[in-house]
Design a binder for this molecule. Sequence first.
Ligand code: GLA
Length: 760
Amino acid sequence: MAISYEKERRIIHLSINEEYSYYIHINKYNYLIHLYDGKYLSDISKERVSERYMERYSFLDINRSKNEEDYYETMDEDYYFSFLASQFECAPFMKGDKRGAHTIINNEIKDNIPITNFLYVSHEVIKGLPKDKNKNLPHVRFKDNEVETLIITLKEEYKDVILKLYYEVSEKYHCLVRYSKLVNNGEKEGIVVNKFSSMELDLNSCDYEILALKGTWSNDTEEERIPLNHSYTKISENHGARGFYYNSAVALIKNGTTLDNGEVYGFNILYSSDFAYEFKVDEIDQTRLTVSYNNETTEFFLNEKEELTSFETIQVFSCEGINKMSQIFHDLIRERVLGFSQNKDKYILVNSWEAYYFNFDTEKILKVIDKAKELNINLFVLDDGWFGHRNNDKSSLGDWFINKEKIDISRVVEYAKNKGMNVGLWVEPEMISPDSNLYKEHPEYALYPSFYEKPTLFRHQLVLDLTNDEVVERIFNDLTKVIDSLGISYVKWDFNRYLTETYSSHLPKEKRKETTYRFIMGTYKLLNKFTKRYPHILLESCAAGGGRFDLGLLYYSPQAWASDEMDISLRSGIQYSKNIFYPLRSIGAHVCERGSGSIQDKCCLAFFGTYGYELDILNISEEEKEKILFFNNLYQEFHDVIEYGDYYAIYNPYKCNYNAWNVVTKKKNLALVYFMIYRKEATKARFIKLKGLDKNKYYYNSLTNDIYKGDFYMNVGLNISAILTPYTSMMFVIKEIDAIKANIYRKTKQVDGGKRDKLV
Ligand code: GLA
């Protein structure tokens, strides 16, 4: 049982596979006390846990025995409770605790006093998902038999407002999924919600550092380590619909933890707009984390009887280092978060953008399709520039009709189909260009206050007001007209600017500070309609240009173009960082011309993502053609390993001169290894130790063309001293071979009729 309740002591225990425990105590003042979380504990003493730090914060008469719990008459004297030192599940605002509240609400009209003190009313434990779960929001798609849910109901002390805390506990997926719901039960004047958290986690030490992914355009997500200290740390976004600043995935790493040992907490949210992870270390070195909407840009107003459910936060705990956390995230996201397409074809795509930008016509594209066919590529994607009168980035967003003077897409699709190939299109549905028919017709569809004369442009474009359902409908109808007429198989959904002046005139005055939230809800509506209508279309969202790579979007589109950075040295760091939290099959990766590195280097790296090309394939050398054919064959043979295997980082490129990882099938019969060296090094003995193999199995490796046992690969490793050419990347294959063949090979060096060629 993942959730149990001990009535007498009022203790709730959430546990995962006897590996992890999370204890909550409902104390006698009806505060939810976070007693413990970490490695599994079969039982807990609530007194002992609090005693060690309460001593100094209680005003108990020292002549009285501290064990007579019932003796205390006031909280002030209580030896086991202190606003300064206790750990909470839902910390109050403007009571004794000043370490950052879970939620802050205010009735500005009635009294304008935002003191917020939610107290326990009741709780229930449910097998499966809660009945009232809002499935219209991105959520972890647990099946009922994979989860138990704890729902705790609290009520604000003086306001008629209810808060519910949800904890979905999944032993199958080794994680908690947490969220909250606010209900304005009876505040007639309505309440302002100044802060609203999805979850709070109070830890009894500050012995951690934060691992966050920061970035900018073309340098998207890079691992950043931030020490926790007594100043307040906020990892957040305020760009409206995710920018590059910080990704929404964050880990808290216990000092001394490595890739394979030690404790780490991982968090990620299913939301694509402004969020905040706020870390506060208190005066006795405990840490509070709240994960909330970023109240710098987002505030809510709830009318009487209105309710608001927060985004979901996934919480993962590993005591086997960062790799274990990555694996938990990867399995969960791959199986229960990613959007899916009914189309099970394995696509290797070629996209027009990097090769031709806006400069293409029908004849050129037909030639590209011919060439793609020759190269065993099966999907051609026409990127930006096919609609309205768009020949540069200054116009036409919002005009979703084909520019027939420039390109005959029906002919392209027909031509491709006859060759057994598929076609995809680029769109940017949430945007509007001032130079567009749509803007002329409906200037009020753009998102900025109506009296603004000069809204901020970015890449010459504005954002649509998707808080307005009429706009959502209009864009959906325009897109479906064009898509229905073509019969395409793939759509790239781009988002190339962030939000400014995010106050919609369409919303009532009191709800304008909800615009960031309502904009993204409009986007989700549009995506919902789109994916329902086109279940066979593979949808890829796009992070470059706007930096939007998150679980909110991945909930609809199973993959996202990861970065416009093409240089292998930078891109390998970006992929390494994304791999920490996101399954490799969600990471859009192509082989492009720009940036340093040979085609082979780039193929090796892109192989560990969705794989595809953005090259001018009409102008490649014979040698490059061969490489492409070679990798495309490899893709058909081995790409399942990347899609479904277990990922292990071997070297962290932000800490050393190498980048390496390997991915192993669940059966442990096949592994693919990626390796990259950044700077030239003096010749030294260097070994790369693989991870996750079966120590007793024999494996052939394509690096040294040899056969060893799993424990040899993992404990001795492969000697890479001779291949340390700086700025190169490589991949190699590790393949199980049966013991009899392995022994023959060892004696004769003959296997499968002869010595196998080195793979890559
Ligand atoms: C973004 C994407 C590119 C391309 C352009 C088109 O920058 O990352 O791949 O689609 O938009 O304008």
